[in-house]
Ligand binder design. Structure first.
Ligand code: SF4
Length: 372
């Protein structure tokens, strides 16, 4: 089997931990972008269920249901199985084999200095994250990326160190092992940090992926902190209109605006941030002028924000209904996506094994010079 290196387009890979129903932060921070990338790249989007277990290993009962709920939202937000491969990580067991092989060559110090490692160990309470799996999850991420020979990984600024680690691991692997014969690779030449992927000959097993920076709009939750489900401040993509309106009503505003007659500043108000993302230009101008002059009240300002958010959510919720009524449709998409992903992953693993002299085909013993 040979890997599908002659890609027609550059390849993009991204995944998401299955946390169940998604919220506006996921939409703005990832899904909108993923839906655009589908028309420019060959895209692979996966449910990172093994990654969920690196922190939620003690109770796995909701992982499968959460995966489906999340994929309902993916499809509702425009991910198209005709244009992108949607699959479940644990259905492509080759990820685990490559994870193991990469873990053998990854120095511990590289993992200990990943910024999110320390940060999450300190911030996630009530779980023992002093596990082998948690320390090694960036290696699993590297395996996820490298097994598809991805050229680009769409990430926010905070995830760039993970892509950099993947590049370092790929480089280290390529230093130890090489393909027996050069092959034509569609990708970015080693040593290049930018530029369009092109076809070139290489004995390197893995191309080095590049981060594709996603412009991150600031999307606050109802309490003004970053929107996270676990903070209880999220507006879900599935929230019905009355729930969206109720959540907006309780949203914090510019603390300087104590009375209706006090002028405010939409630049420091979380509701202002929502307007910037979801409202049209006319509404934004009206809010900025009205807030600064105390010409409008926060109640009507929030109603306008809710109007625009509901306008975005209505078609998403409409498309989602089809999968809620027949979840099997989404499962079938994931099954056929996983089968397609597996073919590419298996081809890569053939090359990995052969470069490491672990191929599963018979090789006669090498004759030593001078032996009879
Ligand atoms: S008028 Fe709108 S932008 Fe200004 S403080 Fe109130 S909610 Fe915030």
């Amino acid at each position: 089997m040979t890997a599908d290196y002659r890609k027609q387009q550059a390849r993009v890979l991204s995944g998401m931990r299955p946390t169940g129903k998604l919220h506006l932060g996921h939409y703005v921070g990832a899904l909108e972008n993923w839906a655009c990338l589908q028309s420019q790249y060959e895209c692979f989007f996966f449910v990172a269920d093994w990654h969920a277990l690196t922190t939620d290993y003690a109770d796995t009962s909701s992982v499968k249901q959460n995966s489906l709920e999340m994929v309902f939202d993916w499809l509702a937000c425009g991910l198209d199985p005709q244009r992108a491969t949607l699959f479940i990580q644990s259905h492509v067991i080759e990820h685990a084999e490559l994870h193991l092989l990469l873990s053998l060559i990854t120095p511990l110090g590289w993992l200990e200095r990943v910024p999110s490692y320390k940060e999450q160990r300190e911030n996630i309470k009530g779980k023992d994250l002093g596990t082998y799996g948690f320390l090694g999850y960036p290696v699993l991420q590297s395996a996820d990326i490298l097994i598809y020979q991805a050229d680009y990984v769409p990430v926010g600024e905070d995830q760039v160190p993970h892509v950099e680690l993947t590049r370092e691991i790929a480089r280290r692997f390529n230093q130890f092992y090489a393909l027996p014969t050069p092959r034509s690779v569609f990708g970015i030449k080693p040593g290049e940090t930018e530029g369009k992927p092109s076809l070139f000959d290489s004995t390197a097993v893995f191309p080095e992926p590049q981060p594709l920076l996603t412009p991150a709009a600031k999307l606050p939750g109802t309490d003004g902190r970053k929107m996270y489900k676990s903070y209880g401040n999220a507006i879900l993509l599935t929230d019905p209109e009355p729930v969206v309106r109720q959540k907006l009503k309780t949203m914090v505003t510019d603390p300087a605006r104590v009375r209706r007659t006090d002028p405010g500043n939409p630049e420091v108000c979380p509701v202002g941030d929502l307007h910037k993302i979801f409202s049209d230009r006319g509404t934004v101008e009206k809010v900025w002028a009205g807030c600064k002059s105390a010409g409008i009240g926060c109640i009507e300002c929030k109603q306008w924000a809710a109007d625009h958010i509901c306008k975005v959510l209505a078609p998403i919720q409409e498309r989602r209904r089809k999968y809620e009524e027949d979840p099997r449709l989404a499962w079938d998409i994931l099954e056929s996506g996983s089968a397609r992903a597996k073919k590419i992953a298996a081809a890569t693993m053939d090359e990995v094994r052969s470069s490491m002299r672990l191929s599963q085909s018979y090789e006669p013993p090498e004759k030593t010079v001078g032996a009879e």
